[in-house]
Each structure stands twice: as structure tokens, then as C-alpha cells.
Design a protein around this ligand. Structure first.
Ligand code: BES
Ligand code: ZN
Ligand code: ZN
Length: 476
């Protein structure tokens, strides 16, 4: 895992990233006369980047002007992705960033680091495939240590979340997911309690049990808690994540091409929850956070639950299951009901919940819906710009709940089709009685092509967002 450090001296053979203000540039101690002229020329031509090859070392020039707002920060992350590519191609192991301000250095470092992710667990020739880049240093005398430490922590948590999503169900079944949470808890310092099947049955978590019926592997219900003595909050922030380790659709079977084949990603919500707890605990943020993950696969077996079945949820609500592929809402509903006991300040759930969210906005944003007040929503939107994990808000109109009316039970698990991300959220809302925000991450959780610093496969979307959001809550 790549490491970012602050330094106050550099050697002559260092590979450099120079972030230059194109409005004020005159010269730089790192550039020769010819290079300085080349930079001035590039500024005239309104270029955004130049690369000098000094033989032993490289100098990447980023030409930037104006304030480092969220748009400029995102451009720097994307520039970081390009730099990472060149660095790896040239077998560079260390890069030093020199900038006028810490924010632009940190954003560039973040982009380079996020692009350096590799998932090699199942490759035989790991050594040969592991790239060279292992260190990013930032030349700065007044870099605040906390900013660097927290960036390293959230990057590590994002990489763990990506790893979890990239793991196939042949390894990462519900039991193994709980083992991974326990390892994370031990490493970062948060508590992990795992309910086994007997406990889940005794508690009558009917949604989770119904989805698990066709499986050979028992479900788990995972409760993670980070409660530092100096917590600023009396009531916990609760994060809930969909932990469907694989979604075949059940008896309402998914077609394989472009549908079932990526469904190892259906536990990405749980990766956000565990990843965020990991980062919060490692950074020792003074904030009380609880994570809840109902985990199972949605398999087919002789005992599978079937369309038409009526199940009784943990809350006592009866649900007529009209489609076994709408399983995420069933397992989440039980966790959302459990959250009521915790007297939460706010509950945020993360789920690869609907194809409708993907059809609405593709991989570029999460669908967002919630009952939290406008101030909290504004805070999460601010964080979403800060880390560039965009959200698009959809309304929780009651018409979408009407679609869930059942002839024979309290409700069905299936909306009418259009706006499926909304009817799914209306289903979840039924099981909440607290300020709540729902993130349908079905689009951005798993990439089918590389997108700058977001790799193919698991992206870890949600972890940077929640860490930023909770960091700000912790410092209020
Ligand atoms: N896991 C899927 C949603 C999904 C789709 C995740 C694409 C990631 C990428 C979910 O369980 C599902 O199958 N939803 C159905 C619900 C429908 C039957 C109401 C859907 O969206 O098609
Ligand atoms: Zn499904
Ligand atoms: Zn699913």
C-alpha cells in the first residue's frame, strides 16, 4: 500500500510533481533555463500539463490557476491518475510533490494514491505484477500532520473496501465477511459482534432469514461499534450496509450477461460501513459510530423463498414477496428496524439496491433519498463535493409507497417499475422512525471500465464521503 509523507528537504534525483500557478509563474529552482522557457510557452498555449524527462528523473508539471475549490481539487486528482500511469510505466518508486499550497498537494497525492490500487490476490505472479510506486512525499514546512495521517487512513480504508468488493463469493461468503470485519475491528480498534443463524432466528429477523433460505451458508448479522470516551455525540451515528455477498436473483433468476456476472459487488454497501468504521477508528475521531450489516447470499436451493410468499419481518410487518430479486430491501429493513433500539442521531444506509438507480444516473453518482433535515442533507452534499462522490437526490413521494400495497399482506417488496430506486427507498422508509439518509450506490460501486483514479471493479465509493462527513461532525 502506497504511503504519503511530508518532508522538508529533497534530493536532486527525486521525481518531482511541480504544481505551478500559471498566472504568476516566473521561475523555479527545480527547472533549468530551457525548462522554464518551455513552461512559459506551455502557459501561453493554455496547456494543463508538461512532462520533462531528466534521464534519471522526471518532472511532471501541473499548470493550475485560480482557487483550489472542489472542481480544481478534482482536476488535480485526475491529473494524479495520469502521473501514476507515467510513474508506473517508468518503474518509478517515489514521487515528491511541490506546490504553493497544501490543499493542491494533498489532492494530487490523493489522485496518485487512489490510482495505484491493485487487486492481485488471485494472480500467480504477484511479485512481477506489483508496480513500483510505493511512496509519495509532499515538500512542505507547514503541513499539518493530521491531514496527512487522515488521508493515509481513508485511502487504506478505501482500498480495503475495494478488496472486499473484488473478492468473489467463492471466498467471501457471509461467514467470511464477518471474519473480515473482525480482522478490521482488531486492526483499527472497534468492536465487532456477530450474530449467528440461531440468534438471528431467535430474534425473528424474517427478512434476512427469507433471503437466506435457498443458501447452503448461514446468514450473519454484524454489529460494529466504535465508542471513544471523548465522543462529541450522545446518540450514535448508525451506518447500515447491504451485505448480499452474491445476488443470483433467487427464483426470480437474473440473466447472466450484464446482470448476474457482477453480483459479487452486492455487498459493496457493507464495505462502505466497515471501511468507514475502520477509518474513523484508525483516525481516532471523537465520535460514536455503530455499523450494522445483515449478510447472506441470495441463492437458489430446494428451500428458496418464492414469489408469492408472505414473510414476517423483524419489525412484525408482513411482506408479500413478489420478486425474490428485490432482496436487498428485505435484509436492510431488518437492520433498519434494529437501529431504532440504538436511539440514533442519524442513520445512513448504503446499498447496491436497484438497477433503476443505475439507469437513472449511471456510474457517476449515487441516488440519494432521506428524511434527515435540510441542514444534515446540506452537510452530506458539501462532503460529496469535497471528495467528489456525487449524489443526486430523489423525492420520497407517497405515490411510490402506494405502489407497494398488497392484497393479502401489509406491503409487497415490488414497485411498479419506473422510479424503482424511489419505491425501494419507500419500502425502507417504512422501517425507520429516525432521521435517515439512503444511498443507492448500485451505479458507482463497481466500474466496468477504468475511470481516472477509480479502477475497474470495486471503487470503494462511500468511504471517503462518510469519513469526510463524520470528521466534520466530530470536530463540531
Ligand atoms: N443487486 C440488485 C441491484 C443492482 C443492479 C446492483 C445493478 C448493482 C448493479 C438488486 O438486488 C436487484 O436485483 N434489484 C432489482 C429490484 C427489482 C426486482 C424490483 C432491480 O433493480 O432490478
Ligand atoms: Zn436482487
Ligand atoms: Zn441485490
Amino acid at each position: 500500500m502506497i504511503k504519503i509523507k511530508a518532508i522538508n528537504k529533497i534530493s536532486e534525483t527525486t521525481n518531482l510533481v511541480l504544481i505551478i500557478d500559471s498566472k504568476t509563474f516566473k521561475k523555479s529552482v527545480y527547472l533549468t533555463k530551457e525548462q522554464t522557457d518551455a513552461v512559459k510557452n506551455a502557459i501561453k498555449l493554455e496547456k494543463k500539463q508538461i512532462l520533462f524527462n531528466n534521464g534519471e528523473s522526471h518532472i511532471f508539471i501541473i499548470l493550475q490557476s485560480g482557487p483550489i475549490n472542489w472542481e480544481a481539487a478534482e482536476k488535480l486528482r485526475k491529473m494524479g491518475a495520469k502521473i501514476c500511469g507515467v510513474a508506473i510505466e517508468n518503474k518509478i518508486d517515489s514521487i515528491t510533490i511541490v506546490a504553493n499550497d497544501n490543499k493542491s498537494a494533498l489532492s494530487t497525492a490523493e489522485g496518485i494514491a487512489l490510482s495505484s490500487y491493485q487487486f492481485l490476490k488471485y494472480k500467480s505472479d504477484k511479485k512481477k505484477l506489483t508496480h513500483s510506486l510505493s511512496e509519495i512525499t509532499i515538500l512542505s514546512e507547514k503541513m499539518d500532520k493530521k491531514s496527512i495521517d487522515n488521508l493515509n487512513v481513508v485511502l487504506q480504508a478505501t482500498f480495503i473496501a475495494r478488496d472486499l468488493v473484488n473478492e468473489p463469493q467463492s471466498f467471501l461468503n457471509a461467514l467470511q465477511l464477518s471474519e473480515e470485519f473482525k480482522k478490521m475491528g482488531k486492526d483499527a480498534g472497534f468492536n465487532v459482534e456477530v450474530w449467528n443463524e440461531a440468534k438471528i432466528e431467535a430474534q425473528k429477523m424474517g427478512g434476512l432469514l427469507a433471503v437466506n433460505k435457498g443458501s447452503k451458508i448461514p446468514p450473519t448479522f454484524n454489529i460494529m461499534e466504535y465508542k471513544p470516551k471523548n465522543a462529541v455525540n450522545k446518540k450514535p451515528y448508525v451506518l447500515v450496509g447491504k451485505g448480499v455477498v452474491y445476488d443470483t436473483g433467487g427464483l426470480s433468476l437474473k440473466p447472466t450477461p450484464m446482470s448476474m456476472d457482477y453480483m459479487k459487488c452486492d455487498m459493496a454497501g457493507s464495505a462502505v460501513v466497515a471501511g468507514t468504521l475502520y477509518a474513523v477508528a484508525k483516525a481516532e475521531l471523537p465520535i460514536h459510530v455503530v455499523g450494522l450489516v445483515p449478510a447472506t447470499d441470495n441463492w437458489i436451493g430446494e428451500d428458496s423463498y418464492a414469489p408469492g410468499d408472505v414473510i414476517t419481518m423483524y419489525s412484525g410487518t408482513t411482506v408479500e414477496v413478489l420478486n425474490t430479486d428485490a432482496e436487498g430491501r428485505l435484509v436492510l429493513a431488518d437492520a433498519l428496524h434494529y437501529a431504532k433500539k440504538l436511539n440514533p442521531e442519524l442513520v445512513c444506509d448504503f446499498a447496491t439496491l436497484t438497477g433503476a438507480a443505475v439507469r437513472a444516473i449511471g456510474p457517476y453518482a449515487s441516488a440519494f433519498l432521506g428524511t434527515a433535515n435540510d441542514e444534515i442533507k446540506q452537510d452530506v452534499f458539501d462532503s460529496s463535493y469535497e471528495v467528489f462522490e456525487r449524489l443526486v437526490e430523489f423525492p420520497l413521494w407517497d405515490e411510490y409507497a402506494d405502489e407497494l400495497k398488497s392484497e393479502i399482506a401489509d406491503m409487497t417488496n415490488l414497485g411498479k417499475g419506473e422510479g424503482g430506486q424511489i419505491s425501494a427507498a419507500k419500502f425502507l422508509q417504512h422501517f425507520t422512525d429516525y432521521p435517515w439518509m439512503h444511498f443507492d450506490i448500485a451505479g458507482p460501486a463497481f466500474n466496468h471500465v477504468v475511470d481516472a483514479y477509480k479502477p475497474k471493479g470495486g471503487t470503494g465509493v462511500g468511504v471517503r464521503l462518510m469519513f469526510d462527513f463524520l470528521s466534520k461532525k466530530a470536530s463540531k
